[in-house]
Design a protein around this ligand. Structure first.
Ligand code: PSU
Ligand code: MN
Length: 323
């Protein structure tokens, strides 16, 4: 038996024409944002990416098929149906074998994107080590440690234990580039007490960095952390007590496993009267825009024969077979 990817017509065309592609996750559509903000954000993000000349490849599993690039109808489905599973890497074989629907987390999205030869992915925030439970470590970190891809994000949510998350990333040799920042951004807030070792200020330098990264026989991913746009930032004296309340609710209601992140996001939206939701949407768009521009920059500056050519790997793979 072989497992195939199903590419949307425009992603297929971008692959054939060697045009820049940006992978996008779908868990934030099905489990991270409420309707209708989830659908509007997904559609606007795709539109923004296209306007930059990059092809968006939103990844999901529909009726047991791995989809790379989705139609508007498929995005609508992910945004509205309650029966879409949150799919991390370990869930993929089950979802495929049962012909189920699944929205992919950062972990599952980069696992699939890398297999398809896509080298850039944008999201809101990556998962991390949870507060109060050192063993609740998002599979996003584990997958980043073994997947050669660059993930653009606004850092990690401050519902997480950020110092431990940063320690993990360091231990697993995952570079974190602060894009126009000296500190690791905390999703809703731009400034944190957590300094980063590396900062880059321009698209050109980001491109140069990624070309060098791609030339080295490294197997880990890269995190490009971009702070939330200032006008959407939520001051820490508002967000921190809100997070404490949300965490207390989660522990009182004994929320565990993969339900924790969606639960906390929902609670925060209620506690802050939608402020966190507006912030979340703004930073997702901001990251997708950077991702689209960076995809174009890499495409423009790739030398013939260079490994980091966005979609070359997929052409080398016979039949687009995953396994
Ligand atoms: N951050 C958000 N919204 C989300 C997520 C993160 O603002 O929906 C999702 C991402 O898909 C991420 C996942 O990969 O949550 C992490 O979940 P967990 O902590 O269960 O690994
Ligand atoms: Mn978890």
């Amino acid at each position: 038996m072989s497992i195939h990817f199903e590419y949307s017509p425009d992603v297929q065309q971008a692959i054939e024409n060697k045009q820049p592609i940006l992978a996008l996750e779908s868990t934030l559509i099905s489990h991270g944002l409420p309707y209708p903000e989830n659908l509007n954000t997904a559609l606007e993000v795709e539109e923004m990416v296209r306007r930059e000349g990059t092809t968006p490849a939103t990844i999901a599993i529909l009726e047991g098929k791995i989809k790379i690039g989705l139609s508007t109808k498929e995005l609508e489905y992910l945004a509205t149906y309650q029966t879409v599973n949150k799919v991390s890497v370990r869930d993929i074989p089950f979802i495929l074998s049962q012909s189920l629907n699944g929205a992919t987390t950062v972990a599952a999205t980069i696992f699939i994107a890398a297999q398809a030869g896509i080298s850039l992915m944008a999201t809101g925030g990556i998962g991390g080590v949870h507060r109060g439970n050192e063993l609740d470590i998002s599979a996003d970190l584990i997958e980043l440690a073994r997947t050669k891809i660059a993930v653009i994000c606004a850092g990690a949510k401050s519902i997480l234990d950020l110092p431990r998350t940063l320690e993990f990333l360091e231990t697993y040799s995952i570079p974190i580039i602060g894009y126009k920042t000296n500190v690791f951004p905390a999703f809703y807030t731009a400034l944190t007490p957590y300094p980063l070792a590396t900062r880059i200020n321009t698209m050109r330098e980001l491109g140069k960095f990624l070309h060098h990264y791609s030339e080295l026989p490294l197997s880990s991913g890269v995190v490009i952390a971009q702070p939330i746009p200032t006008e959407y930032e939520i001051p820490s004296d508002i967000i921190e007590p809100a997070i404490d309340r949300a965490l207390k609710q989660a522990s009182m209601q004994k929320i565990s496993g993969k339900a924790v992140t969606p639960f906390l996001l929902k609670e925060l939206t209620a506690i802050t009267n939608g402020k966190t939701l507006a912030a979340n949407v703004a930073l997702i768009k901001n990251n997708a825009l950077l991702g689209a521009q960076l995809a174009k920059e890499l495409h423009k500056t790739s030398q013939p024969g260079q490994r980091f050519k966005m979609v070359d790997d997929v052409l080398r793979r016979e039949d687009n077979q995953v396994l």
